[in-house]
Design a protein around this ligand. Structure first.
Ligand SMILES: [Zn+2]
Length: 226
């Protein structure tokens, strides 16, 4: 064998498509009303933390139960039509669909209007990352899934990770996604760019500063969402 042309051509990108667990797989309740789908792509990806416990149970069963708990909180406590976020990642690294129609919309290059970043739900897609990241950093499994998920979204929606990936606190007055996870966003952008095969860029913005706000007081309340 000559070895020529083995493997992908130089322009191809080796991407790991994250396994996505659908609403049917986590046994979602039907939404009160069907989500609104905009015929355009999101321009930003908003990173959140769920403001819930940093669970040590990394199982799929725990992840699916987390999705149900968030949906119940958003519908029964907040009074929303459905789960607010489009995507959820557990500390075990399991990626799950949130609001109804989200996966179909992503695959079509469209945006489901969520309830995750007040004033910015019509142009952003939100990822809820299980845990509270004021001081503690995410698990490796969650991190790897977050990188893969952002790379997938940037690919599908043709987004520049350096411009597109933001934290909830960049839009609203909130400690979300926590000082520790927020400080990791430059590394997240770099790793997503690496996944996409983009050249590493020199960031000119200053290092992230803590929000100065106290951490979450209530489970699943990460700041203004709708
Ligand atoms: Zn948030």
């Amino acid at each position: 064998m000559g070895g020529l042309l083995l493997g992908p051509p130089p322009t191809a990108v080796a991407r790991v498509m994250p396994r996505r667990y659908t609403r049917a797989e986590w046994a979602a309740r039907p939404p009160a009303t069907a989500a609104t789908v905009l015929n355009r792509a999101p321009d930003h990806i908003v990173v959140h933390h769920t403001a819930s416990a940093n669970a040590t149970d990394l199982s799929l069963e725990h992840a699916l139960a987390l999705s149900r708990a968030i949906q119940n909180f958003h519908m029964d406590t907040n009074g929303w039509a459905d789960a607010g976020q489009q995507l959820t990642i557990s500390r075990g690294g399991h990626l799950m669909e949130g609001r109804n129609r989200s996966l179909a919309a992503i695959n079509a290059g469209d945006l489901v209007v969520g309830a995750q970043t007040r004033g910015h739900n019509e142009h952003t897609i939100g990822i809820e990352n299980e845990g509270t990241y004021m001081t503690e950093e995410p698990t490796t499994a969650l991190w790897d899934a977050l990188v893969a998920t952002c790379a997938w979204l940037c690919d599908v929606h043709d987004l520049d990770p350096y411009a597109a990936i933001v934290g909830h606190r960049d839009y609203n007055t909130t400690a979300c996604p926590g000082d520790a996870l927020y400080a990791l966003l430059p590394r997240l952008r770099d790793e997503v760019a690496g996944e996409l095969g983009l050249r590493r860029r020199v960031r000119t913005s200053p290092p992230p500063k803590p929000s100065g706000l106290p951490g979450p007081r209530f489970t699943f309340d990460h700041g203004p969402a709708a």
